[in-house]
Design a protein around this ligand. Structure first.
Ligand code: ZN
Length: 125
């Protein structure tokens, strides 16, 4: 007999995995001072985490009768996650001078590094 995976049984595992993944990316990217490495992997980590979150929620919405959602709800949710991922990539900038990761408090990317004060290249991550 093949065991079935219910939406409720996978939720706990997902959140443990997702929190572990966030800690892994934090240690890998935020603690490293190599700007080129961060510029390459920081946007990818946001995309991966957004896609993973969207996949989990869509799985919950399509496999749990209590949380059944219409196709338009799934499309809307996917678009919201995509926009949030895009904004996360846009507001996080890596300082080319000291390697610090800067997160703007507004939707516009910061112009100067919060750690060393060097100008941030807004054309790069
Ligand atoms: Zn800096």
């Amino acid at each position: 007999m093949i065991p079935t995976i219910s939406a409720d049984s996978i939720a706990g595992y997902f959140f443990v995995f997702w929190i572990g993944l966030a800690i892994f990316f934090y240690l890998l990217i935020w603690c490293d001072r190599d700007a080129a490495f961060k510029r390459k992997w920081l946007p990818r980590s946001f995309i991966f985490q957004g896609a993973l979150f969207a996949a989990f929620v869509i799985f919950q919405m399509t496999h749990d009768p209590k949380r059944e959602a219409s196709p338009s709800t799934l499309v809307f949710f996917t678009l919201v996650v995509a926009v949030i991922t895009y904004l996360n990539i846009k507001i996080h900038k890596v300082c080319g001078h000291c390697g610090a990761t800067n997160r703007s408090r507004s939707l516009a990317p910061g112009k100067f590094c919060a750690k060393c004060g060097s100008p941030l290249d807004t054309s790069k991550s």
